[in-house]
Design a protein around this ligand. Sequence first.
Ligand SMILES: [Zn+2]
Length: 421
Amino acid sequence: MANISLNKALLARLLRYTQIYTTSDASSQTVPSTPQQWDLLHLLKEEMQALGLSDISLDDKGYLFATLPATIDKPVPVLGLLAHVDTAPAFNGKNVKPQVIERYGGNDILLAGSGDKLSAKVFPSLNKLIGHTLVTTDGTSLLGADDKSGIAIILSVVEYLLAHPEIPHGKIRIGFTPDEEIGRGAKHFDVAKFGADVAYTLDGGPVGELQYETFNADEATVTLYGRSVHPGYAKDTMINAWTRACEYQHLLPPHLTPPTSEARQGFIFLRNMEGSTDECRIHYALRSFERAEIENYQKMLFETMEKMQQKYGEQCGKVEIKEHYRNMGEVLVHYLYLIDIAKQAMESQGITPNIDPIRGGTDGARLSFMGLPTPNLFTGGENFHGPFEFISVDTMNQSANVVINIAQKFTTYPFHSGESL
Ligand SMILES: [Zn+2]
């Protein structure tokens, strides 16, 4: 299939969506976490109506679903396409003023609002984008290409397919979700109502990214107890819980930390310590691609507490561990055709797939365990969650072409019985 150019539509949508303030907020208990996410959801709903999509629904939790009907009669798996409307609370997401750089020549790009420069010397991946149309921030906000590029790609693809009913594809379900950046995007996702057999999130980075493995993640709280006494008169009576906490931390292996691990290695991350002389809590994030390994990390935390207890007594502390999410690879190994189809779609566009695991989590991880197998595809965005975020519109177009190709491949792929049909 020849490459289709949707650059104009993609750029217009990206600029429109990124200027809408949709930052989510982990401290909020409402759903969506911030009211401003409704502004984009309502706009997208209107745009979907104008496009002529069917079964459009926006529920009271901020989940916007719609259907692009099939152009063929043959039964093929219902394909879901997902993106999130919120942007990361890690950096300012208000008053985003995107800058468009046409035919990027490789020179430093001035971010006009802050005076900072986006430079290929600092971000060498820019060297691969010479000649592309780039969209950057003005330095005072993030861009929000994460994940408004995903929304722009999905709706541009849908618009194209609606205008070209001669292209064969099965039923496609579209889903835009809130609060992904604060880890709640899958929380109220109604998998049965969405009604897709499988899905892709359009929420990845540079060209070729195709992800179907995430970390296994646990959150651990280690509590050490002390005895508070006036420090001036504490000789032989005070037990400082902070000191005990430091001792505990030093008993853990020093090589299992974020700055000492990469690729497929896991870690135990000391995230936070809080408390008083009386009681101190250490919060650890446990991450590993292997289930046996994360279980081993859990064991290490318990065994370290046993050592402390042998020295200071049974009551000196405790360990509590909560499962956070699991590696979606465990589910997706049963749906490897999703990876195979995406790989073929990329290769037919001359794109080399890059199938590295995600050293983090995605909504797709939770959705996969909720019954909707969901790998992640590239959109072209880079440097997410900060003022140096940028995206290539040409890479967005490659992503759109991959999605169109995937939709077509679903009509010819030799699915075996039992494979999601
Ligand atoms: Zn994202």
